[in-house]
Design a protein around this ligand. Structure first.
Ligand SMILES: Cc1cc2nc3c(=O)[nH]c(=O)nc-3n(C[C@H](O)[C@H](O)[C@H](O)COP(=O)(O)OP(=O)(O)OC[C@H]3O[C@@H](n4cnc5c(N)ncnc54)[C@H](O)[C@@H]3O)c2cc1C
Length: 461
């Protein structure tokens, strides 16, 4: 169902006259391609899809939406598109054609255009021995990731990526392009750093880069029959680590597909990935306990910062996925047993991947000047996912549901916006005071609720 044909046709014509980018309506042959998200399981049904090429284009789209009482769903890649609730009057605004990165190595900062992907920043930054607080996937969007928080391989040392954002360019519902930072529109700047995409269309962002002269990183793989031993050792190990070490442990059932290297194809593994800030001797000493478990594959070595972009081997091609997560206050021995029972040998799990990421360190410290997601109050992040192939969906949903339920007793009390891929109340991400403050800021910058985020902040009553 779409808004009336008149508005659709009028919108296509009016916007084509006003913007350099592309405008696609439901009657156009390109519509089905234009509405695709990275997550192919997200069935997006916008009234129009627009692909602005500049901030000026974005201003025109916002002014058009304002005049016609329409909503706008800003999107970078569509990695977290599944939770969006589509209305008959919502325009999909894809920033995928607004690309470009400028690295200033002296100031240790980068400016990115709205549609920039992480790899487009990590590569040039790495040439200067610098690293942004990028996530595990090279093709997640910088802007969407930072608006939601941003848990990176350097997170335990440097905190959430949202709190290393230095300035944001944004078009608000009044059609004004603003540059917000700690001195200008400070309340909006606060809300954007962890509050998500409810406040306007971000057209550019400036982020901090960190010197990484020495980095030891890699992965170790064991057959999943060793899952219990490896996971228990990892749990004990994480309790001893300095903030220089950020790691994740996974159980993976790797499909027998040609895209996967032969050595891994069709096999089931328990794996540990880690990034260690420091030299080879320090790194080797840190992972010694894991190495003593005699992994079948061990890729740890000194690496340039850009290597972190593919440390986790996240999928880079769009695909249909279904996932769930839970923040954990603690990881007890019983929790590790539950993890192996639900994802390991004999579990019958339909999840291709079950993961626990180690949080804590700077991720758990709210510094003065931080944004709406000032910290994550949880020691670990539980995550599971698989392919949303129609005939597999019920089994996968059952596996994910049982997996998540098994950890209810260790729940940390809040959820994490970036890893939430189903529709939930945004109150689940924040404490009450923070959510109330976000709602007041929403009312002041977007009183007509023009911007439709995947995890909306509603205006204050
Ligand atoms: C394979 C994979 C690996 C991941 N790894 C990590 C990780 O290591 N750490 C982590 O923290 N997260 C990770 N994520 C989660 C990721 O951070 C979220 O999915 C994030 O929302 C993706 O941002 P995006 O712009 O690519 O996606 P999109 O779906 O395009 O954007 C998500 C939301 O961000 C907002 N948004 C995006 N662009 C704009 C804009 N220009 N203006 C206003 N609002 C905007 C909108 O509300 C939009 O609905 C991962 C996800 C996947 C699928």
């Amino acid at each position: 169902m779409f808004i009336s044909e008149r508005i659709v046709n009028d919108g296509v014509r009016a916007l084509r006259d006003r913007i350099r980018g592309e405008v696609v309506g439901p009657a156009d042959a390109a519509y089905d391609q234009a509405r695709l998200a990275w997550n192919l399981a997200a069935d997006q049904r916008p009234a129009l899809a627009v692909f602005p090429e500049s901030a000026d284009d974005v201003v025109e789209i916002v002014l058009y939406a304002r005049r016609n009482g329409l909503q706008i769903a800003p999107q970078g890649t569509g990695h977290n598109a599944s939770p969006i609730v589509w209305n008959m009057d919502t325009i999909l605004l894809s920033t995928s054609r607004m690309r470009g990165v400028t690295v200033d190595p002296m100031a240790r900062r980068a400016r990115v255009a709205a549609g920039t992907l992480w790899l487009e920043v990590t590569e040039p930054a790495s040439e200067h021995g610098l690293a942004p607080l990028a996530g595990s996937s090279p093709d997640v969007g910088v802007v969407g990731y930072c608006l939601g928080g941003g848990v990176s391989w350097l997170g335990r040392k440097h905190g959430l990526a949202a709190n290393s954002v230095l300035a944001i360019e944004i078009v608000t519902a009044d059609g004004r392009l603003r540059r917000v930072d700690a001195e200008n529109d400070a309340a909006l700047f606060w809300a954007l750093r962890g509050g998500g995409g409810s406040f306007g269309v971000v057209t550019g962002m400036e982020i901090a880069l960190y010197p990484m002269p020495q980095l030891y990183a890699g992965a170790m793989f064991w057959d999943w029959e060793h899952a219990s031993r490896v996971m228990h050792t990892w749990r004990e190990w994480t309790a001893t680590l300095p903030d220089e070490v950020t790691s994740s442990a996974r159980i993976m059932q790797i499909p027998p597909i040609p895209e996967v290297p032969e050595i891994l194809r069709g096999r089931n593994f328990v794996t540990i990935d880690a990034a260690i800030i420091g030299d080879r001797a320090f790194g080797a000493e840190m992972v010694r306990v894991l190495r003593d478990l005699e992994p079948e594959i061990d890729t740890f070595d000194m690496v340039p910062p850009v290597a972190l972009s593919r440390l986790h081997n996240d999928p880079e091609e769009p695909m249909p996925v279904l996932t769930d997560h839970r923040l954990l206050g603690a990881l007890t021995e019983a929790a590790v047993d539950a993890f192996v029972a639900h994802a390991g040998p004999g579990s019958g799990s339909a999840m291709l991947m079950a993961e626990i990421r180690h949080l804590g360190g700077a991720l758990g410290v709210a510094k003065p000047g931080n944004g709406a997601l000032a910290k994550i109050d949880a020691g670990y992040l539980l995550f599971g996912g698989g392919l949303a192939i129609p005939e597999m969906i019920p089994t996968l949903q059952a596996s994910l549901g049982a997996f998540k339920d098994a950890f209810a007793q260790w729940d940390a009390g809040t959820a994490y916006l970036n890893f939430q891929e189903t529709t939930v109340d945004s109150r689940s991400f924040y404490d009450e005071l923070t959510h109330r403050r976000l709602a007041h800021i929403k009312t002041s910058v977007d009183p007509g609720d023009m911007f439709r985020s995947n995890h909306p902040i509603r205006g204050a009553e």
